[in-house]
Design a protein around this ligand. Structure first.
Ligand code: ATP
Ligand code: HSE
Length: 295
């Protein structure tokens, strides 16, 4: 039986001021094995999301795979999917983007083609923004944007080289928070001074993340989204503020409620109370999605 195995990293988006733009791939991986069969569809899920995600054509990996097959002009025939999920769902670690990238990458693997700019665009259209999918696809640190001069956005991303001294640490709470819910907490308009702050700090974040980690504390300051989302996860904002007060650059990871801290040691300051959070040092994934066809 032929097919393809894909391995896709988690990601942390925004990184403070880079809302919907900056993201970092993290070495926590979902794996999906897609086998061609005589007909029909079966989906087996182990780990995160087992018992919660659907096991039919509405499964996110299946939907993304189908859309990518349409794009590539490929009739995949019958398929059997085995998903081994390690990225926690609805925690701000890019699980939905990873699932979408897995499906898009699997279709490319079945077609014998590398995922290029069209794959990134398709995955970002699914997700609604390109930050997480770009990190999961390309690995490392990315800046994503949408060209908006046509009638609909064209999603793009550029890879950056993260500074080798960075040792990201995540603090993951038990509670979940849906991205769609916390995007709904954001205002339609922000003060010009806050927008100017975000532009300056996002530019500084690129410099700090690639070249000058000593500037990460001011570079990760955000006024655009984190405080607006506080009602959804007050403990997350409390931990971000406590870490920052102790000198550790910390942000809400993606749409939360996980906290991302940039350290140089892989540890958090012992005086900061992290009760209620699972602490994990997650190295930066520099590879992005891995696609392995099999016969
Ligand atoms: N591996 C997966 N297989 C199928 N569905 C998934 C998978 N991962 C995520 N999903 C779907 O996506 C939802 C979570 O998406 P959501 O955007 O709310 O959170 P997230 O992607 O984990 O966080 P963030 O976007 O803030 O980083 C899950 O509830 C589930 O419906
Ligand atoms: N940039 C996105 C990431 C989560 O998908 C957000 O903060 O809503």
């Amino acid at each position: 039986m032929s097919g393809v195995r894909v391995r896709v990293p988690a990601s942390s988006a925004n990184l403070g001021p880079g809302f919907d733009a900056l993201a970092l791939a993290l070495a926590l991986h979902d794996e999906v094995e897609v086998t061609r069969t005589a007909g029909g569809l079966t989906v087996h899920v182990e780990g995160e999301g087992a018992g919660a995600v659907p096991l039919d054509g509405t499964h996110l990996v299946v939907r993304a795979l189908g859309a990518a097959c349409d794009l590539l002009g490929l009739d995949p025939g019958g398929l059997a999917l085995r998903c081994t999920n390690r990225i926690p769902h609805s925690r701000g670690l890019g699980s939905s983007a990873a699932a979408i990238v897995a499906g898009v990458a699997a279709a490319h693997g079945l077609a014998g083609l590398p995922p290029g700019p069209d794959a990134l665009h398709l995955a970002a259209e699914f997700e609604g923004h390109a930050d997480n999918v770009a990190a999961s696809l390309l690995g490392g640190l990315v800046v994503a944007w949408a060209d908006t001069d046509q009638d609909k956005p064209r999603y793009r991303a550029a890879p950056l080289t993260p500074h080798p001294a960075l040792r990201p640490v995540v603090a993951i709470p038990d509670t979940q928070s849906a991205t769609s819910t916390t995007r709904g907490l954001l205002p339609a308009h922000v003060p010009h001074a806050d927008a100017a702050h975000a532009a300056g700090r996002a530019a500084l974040a690129v410099h700090a993340l690639t070249t000058a980690p000593d500037l990460l504390l001011p570079a990760t300051a955000d006024l655009l989204h984190q405080d607006y989302r506080e009602p959804a996860y007050p403990q997350t904002l409390a931990l971000v503020r406590a870490l920052r007060a102790a000198g550790t650059p910390a942000t809400v990871s993606g749409a939360g409620p996980t906290v991302l801290a940039f350290t140089l040691t892989g540890t958090l300051p012992p005086e900061v109370d992290t009760t209620g959070f699972r602490i994990e040092q997650l190295p930066i994934d520099t590879e992005g999605v891995r696609i392995t066809p099999f016969d």
